[in-house]
Design a binder for this molecule. Structure first.
Ligand code: ZN
Length: 494
């Protein structure tokens, strides 16, 4: 039945749901940065309680009635955007039966512990039964959610991470990219061992202060953000006006801390740039994980690993730490060394995406039943041989290296590569729009770039789909070419 107040009532209910979500994020932030270890169980109970309340609110039949009562068409783009995403969230939340949701949550918490142990002991067989359980539950979850006739189970799971991403759309981009990256590996001149000396063993506290200075220069606002330190750097939003990020300290070399700090700061700048007028609404939210990742990779790789950046930053480092004899070209070469390795998180820009393709193909095969969980190590090793030319020496350095599948996160990995591709395509568009960009980066001036990112991407929130946003910003659909051009240029390959 038509209800003239339906839109406003939906907005109010979703505002409440968003407030609970950001409250959970506060507890999560505290858990990662401050919480004493004796509080683990109590914190899990607190988070569990909030999850139950949130789920109840999300699946309240009144929301279904209100959505059905929206007979008038949306008044503007913002309403259309919000209604579209509220409907999708409702469908998703109500299609998965509660017993399945509980089974998934329990299976993944047990599987995560089993994975940790199996990785430490390099005993895949101990993890295999958990993976079997998870794959079959995820398959049931996908069936409950559903997918388009032309699609497959993977699509239903991936939709949660990047709206509109399907196995077919990912394959269309990945297939040519894989061939080009495999060919590129053979063409990149073999890296010499690192010659960058003098950035090891710098005092941790001084590193942190120095990097905070860089984050400020990049545009991070301490009025609406906090920076702390943690072992695994991350970024999280606690609601409007409150973005938290962490950096590592006590690193063997400043270079590692620098890369991860610029990465997390890229995520944080995106969150700080979302339109606060639409806080708590889809219109004011980030546009899926691929676009989120594009913002971190753009700062980490296209700014922080550029020659221009190193010509400016080498002098800054030398001055701050009183170091003599640092050479910008040597440091630039060092942060861009390329070498196929076994570990995804240590991979360079030219090999990273091959690691992602292996995972995408294998999780797709697991979900489709084309690969049995027990056969994963052999399939994994064969893919590494084909794509990266190396074979893992054990499963800990092979199929047990990532936490994602043990958490039940299937359909997630491609967002990293799509993030890389969007980053390259956005950065190429930024260079066209800002002809002095390189000079600006070369003098530590980042405001024009951030202003452009704010206008082109951040302020649009979720108004467009990721694919539409790409066309809107760059004039072209997503393609592998800008990233391949970037890599060829970086490594001096024709
Ligand atoms: Zn990231």
């Amino acid at each position: 039945m038509s209800n003239p107040n339906a839109y406003q009532e939906l907005a109010d209910r979703h505002r409440e749901i968003a407030l609970l979500g950001s409250t959970q994020a506060v507890l999560g932030w505290d858990q990662e940065t401050q919480m004493p270890s004796a509080a683990v169980e109590n914190r899990a109970a607190q988070l569990g309680q909030l999850t139950r309340i949130t789920h109840k609110m999300q699946t309240d039949p009144a929301i279904g009635d209100l959505l059905a009562g929206l007979t008038d068409s949306a008044k503007d783009d913002t309403q259309a955007c919000n209604i579209h995403h509220w409907q999708k969230a409702w469908d998703r939340a109500t299609r998965v039966p509660e017993d399945l949701a509980v089974a998934l949550s329990e299976a993944s918490s047990v599987a995560m512990a089993a994975w940790q142990q199996a990785r430490a002991d390099d005993t895949f067989d101990d993890f295999a039964p958990h993976l079997e359980t998870l794959v079959s539950l995820k398959r049931r979850e996908a069936e409950a959610i559903g997918w388009a006739d032309s699609g497959e189970a993977w699509d239903a799971l991936a939709e949660e991470f990047d709206p509109g991403m399907t196995a077919a759309s990912v394959t269309a981009v990945f297939t040519p990219l894989r061939d080009a990256l495999v060919a590129l590996q053979a063409e990149i001149p073999k890296s010499k061992p690192s010659t960058a000396r003098g950035l090891e063993g710098l005092p941790a506290v001084k590193q942190t202060d120095f990097l905070k200075g860089l984050m400020t220069r990049m545009g991070f606002s301490f009025e609406s953000g906090v920076m702390a330190t943690s072992t695994h750097p991350f970024c999280t939003s606690l609601g409007d006006g409150d973005v938290r990020m962490t950096m590592r300290h006590d690193e063997a070399s400043l270079l590692t801390a620098l890369g991860s700090s610029m990465h997390e700061c890229g995520h944080a700048l995106y969150e700080q740039g979302l339109p606060s007028a639409f806080s708590g609404q889809p219109r004011g939210s980030y546009n899926g994980l691929s676009i989120h990742e594009s913002q971190s990779r753009l700062w980490e790789n296209h700014v922080g690993r550029s020659r221009a950046f190193w010509h400016w930053y080498t002098a800054e480092i030398a001055r701050e730490f009183g170091l003599d004899g640092l050479d910008a070209d040597t440091l630039f070469a060092d942060v861009n060394r390329s070498q196929a390795g076994l570990i995804r998180v240590e991979a360079d820009q030219a090999t990273y995406d091959l690691h992602i393709m292996v995972r995408f193909e294998l999780e797709r095969a697991l979900l489709n039943g084309d690969l049995k969980p027990r056969d994963l190590p052999d399939a994994w090793n064969a893919h590494y041989r084909d794509y990266l030319g190396i074979t893992p020496d054990n499963n800990a350095n092979g199929c047990l290296q990532d936490i994602h599948w043990s958490m039940g996160a299937m359909g997630y990995f491609p967002t990293y590569t799509l993030g890389n591709l969007y980053a390259a395509q956005f950065f190429a568009a930024a260079k066209r729009a800002l002809p002095d960009l390189e000079d600006q980066i070369g003098s530590g001036e980042f405001t024009p770039l951030l202003t452009w990112l704010r206008e082109q991407i951040h302020l649009k929130g979720r108004l467009l789909s990721p694919g539409e946003l790409c066309v809107d910003v760059t004039g072209e659909p997503l393609s592998a070419e800008p990233m391949l051009n970037h890599l060829r240029q970086l490594h001096g390959v024709a």
